[in-house]
Write a protein that binds this ligand. Structure first.
Ligand SMILES: Nc1ncnc2c1ncn2[C@@H]1O[C@H](COP(=O)(O)OP(=O)(O)OP(=O)(O)O)[C@@H](O)[C@H]1O
Length: 288
């Protein structure tokens, strides 16, 4: 199998704050892989360790064990220079489209910066900026404007264009649509899919929202308290979850269709009954 990113038995421990505070073990033996052109959705509740996983891939989290290999090369402890050279291959789109763009630079400068840093001439950078804006569905006159002149969805398109500038092989998308309203979310998610179909980029797509992950992912990994509790084909995990945590996550996700909502409510009650029966059965004296 052709693997782009291979995470193997990854541990991340944040140093404790304050005198004699214990380190916090945020990831405990996470293993996963991503193939070229594929989307791996990572889903889990707040605090489960999703962003920590993304940050570790980007070299921004303290890896205390295991490995992260990109195209077969271990990148879990790279120095600054090696990390910079990897920036062409691994990019990121963060959640907040308001703070992730430099407010004092116009769009031409924001998108042209990584290109110039890689030796593009002004003319080359300018042509590429036009192409990037076109690719994310923004008009070419956007180039002379400042980030504050755009809506949240448009800013996220600019952030995506910037991530695409160096033609990366992998983009870490950390809750990239969570700050957007529902209809904008849908359009931006479709843009992610369309870009992938055109460029063959792979995504590590992090979200707390199961419906978002289901929409974009080929495969889904479910994180719970720093561990992967379920990992498989997108449809399999989202439609027939095995782990009780995934089942709870799935049943808690909102659904627009009232019939489906009723079905879910009944399933949730049934699941709670089964889980409480199972607990009763394992408790001493329980299960009667
Ligand atoms: N720099 C840090 N120092 C100490 N603890 C941290 C640090 N960053 C994250 N944590 C802790 O690690 C755990 C995982 O955090 P992380 O941000 O990865 O979760 P998450 O699943 O992405 O949640 P959210 O969706 O709320 O961001 C949390 O308990 C968090 O408090």
């Amino acid at each position: 199998m052709n693997t782009l990113l291979a995470v193997n038995d990854l541990h991340v421990s944040y140093p404790g704050k304050g005198f004699r505070a214990k380190p916090f073990h945020a990831l405990k033996g996470v293993s996963l892989d991503i193939r070229p052109g594929e989307t791996l959705g990572v889903v889990g509740e707040s605090g489960s360790g999703k962003s920590t996983l993304g940050r570790a891939v980007l070299g921004l989290a303290p890896v205390s064990g295991g490995s992260i290999a990109f195209e077969g090369r271990d990148i879990s402890h790279l120095g600054k220079k090696a990390r910079r050279s990897l920036a062409a291959d691994i990019q990121v789109v963060f959640q907040d489209p308001y703070s992730s763009l430099n407010p004092s630079m116009n769009i031409e400068a924001i998108l042209g910066e990584p290109l110039s840093a890689r030796g593009a001439t002004r003319r080359e950078a300018s042509a590429r900026v036009k192409d990037l804006l076109d690719r994310v569905g923004l008009p070419s006159d956007a180039r002379t404007r400042l980030p504050r002149e755009f809506s949240g969805g448009q800013r996220q398109r600019i952030a995506i264009a910037r991530a695409l500038a160096l033609e990366p092989k992998l983009i870490v998308c950390d809750e990239p649509v969570s700050a957007l309203d529902l209809s904008t979310q849908a359009r931006v998610l479709d843009l992610f899919i369309e870009i992938q179909e055109r460029t063959g980029v792979a995504y590590l797509f992090i979200s707390h929202d199961l419906s978002v992950v289901r929409h974009v992912s080929h495969r889904v990994a479910v994180v719970y308290r720093g561990e992967i509790v379920e990992n498989g084909e997108g449809d399999q995990v989202t439609s027939h979850p095995h782990h009780p945590y995934t089942q709870r996550l799935f049943l808690a996700a909102p659904v627009p269709d009232p019939d489906a909502q009723l079905e879910r409510r009944q399933a949730r009650v049934q699941l709670m009954r089964e889980q409480s029966d199972a607990q009763g059965a394992t408790r001493p004296g329980g299960g009667a």
